[in-house]
Design a protein around this ligand. Structure first.
Ligand SMILES: Cc1cc2nc3c(=O)[nH]c(=O)nc-3n(C[C@H](O)[C@H](O)[C@H](O)COP(=O)(O)OP(=O)(O)OC[C@H]3O[C@@H](n4cnc5c(N)ncnc54)[C@H](O)[C@@H]3O)c2cc1C
Length: 330
């Protein structure tokens, strides 16, 4: 991918990885943050974007998206290479000091690694029938990366969870017409969100499943989405510009078994300084275990500086050490 040898590569762009990347850059290291999804944020952004979080220090309440936006803003304040849509599949030590990471976009070399993969790489649950893959280029998506793509369009969202309901309400503000397609009559979303949905002019198509998606014959910039009513023979076709499928995400961390990391169940065992059993490979966030570990954002934030500080001590033993950021620029 590049000839660069990073000081630290952080695998996983959730809250743990994002803050660790920022902190490592603050400590003047050459850092890359690698995230398998097209966007940063991890669970708060992917699984509960609109839910309020009440236990992040100094933020009385913050939604998953707001927290992610703040972390991105902080990250962009410093120099961190952000490698998105990049999944790390293997790590190997090429000689005593360098680790080589295999990804779907090539190899990355680094002196140390922080594994911050949470529950593992997220993959969206996709439509289960075959469709023309080129439809994903313009008309069908599983993530919202740029909400302007929905502006003034006729759109449909498929799904019945928090994410689908929240996106339907949110995108309806900018779309021309919005439909929400769900296989049940009842949504698995917060009551207040369902109330907002019912108060909106989003067309609720339920109980329907999507049976087929293909280009419209008269206008190939649009797609025809065939819907089948549950437990009935009724079918209908809607012609729209954009379909957002929100059937949730699957994730697994089985990949770790091949990385020779010492595991306890699905988790990586770490020391108090976030060291794994491999030299200069650290781990933080939801993927780690140690006595008293809590799977919280607050804990994940604290673990990043500990891992980075130990990495600096290992790879640059003579580097000046400042514990307080207030000392860094004075
Ligand atoms: C519904 C829900 C509500 C929650 N509410 C709260 C709350 O109120 N307060 C709180 O403190 N915590 C809450 N949590 C927990 C909190 O979200 C997690 O503790 C936190 O997200 C952990 O951060 P992380 O960075 O370790 O992992 P994640 O957020 O899971 O991020 C890991 C990232 O790594 C990426 N990744 C994985 N594998 C690879 C790979 N091989 N290559 C590249 N990238 C990879 C993933 O795509 C993901 O983006 C909640 C969790 C859920 C599910």
């Amino acid at each position: 991918m590049t000839d660069t040898i990073y000081d630290i590569v952080i695998i996983g762009g959730g809250p743990a990885g994002m803050f660790a990347a920022y902190y490592a850059s603050l400590r003047k290291l050459k850092v890359a943050l690698v995230e398998s999804l097209p966007n940063l944020g991890g669970q708060p952004q992917t699984l509960y974007a609109q839910k309020e979080i009440f236990d992040v220090a100094a933020l009385p309440k913050v939604s998953g998206t707001e927290l992610t936006d703040q972390l991105i803003q902080q990250l962009n304040f410093l120099d961190v290479d952000q490698l998105l849509s990049t999944s790390v599949t293997d790590i190997k030590q090429t000689n005593d000091n360098i680790w080589s990471l295999t990804t779907n976009n090539g190899t990355i070399n680094t002196k140390s690694i922080i594994v911050a993969i949470g529950n593992g790489a997220f993959k969206p649950r996709k439509l289960t029938f075959d469709y023309d893959p080129s439809i994903e280029e313009n008309n069908l998506c599983y993530f919202v990366t740029d909400i302007d793509e929905f502006k003034d369009k006729n759109i449909a969202i498929a799904g019945g969870g928090d994410s689908a309901v929240d996106w339907a309400i949110h995108l309806n503000d900018i779309a021309n017409e919005t439909a929400l397609i769900h296989r049940r009559n009842k949504y698995r979303a917060m009551e207040s969100s369902v109330d907002s949905l019912n108060d909106s002019d989003v067309e609720q198509l339920n109980p329907y499943i999507i049976k087929d998606v293909k280009y419209n014959n008269d206008d190939n910039k649009k797609i025809d989405v065939t819907l089948k009513k549950i437990r009935a023979d009724e079918e209908k076709v809607i012609t729209i510009d954009k379909l957002l499928v929100n059937y949730g995400f699957v994730s697994d961390s089985k990949i770790l078994k091949d990385w020779n990391l010492e595991l306890e169940g699905p988790f990586i065992k770490v020391t108090q300084q976030m060291e794994t059993n491999l030299p200069n490979v650290f781990a933080i966030g939801d993927i780690v275990t140690y006595p008293g570990k809590l799977q919280l954002i607050a804990t994940a934030f604290a673990e990043g500086p500990m891992a980075v500080t130990k990495a600096i001590k290992n790879i640059y033993p003579n580097k000046d050490y400042f514990e307080h950021s207030t000392s860094l620029f004075s």
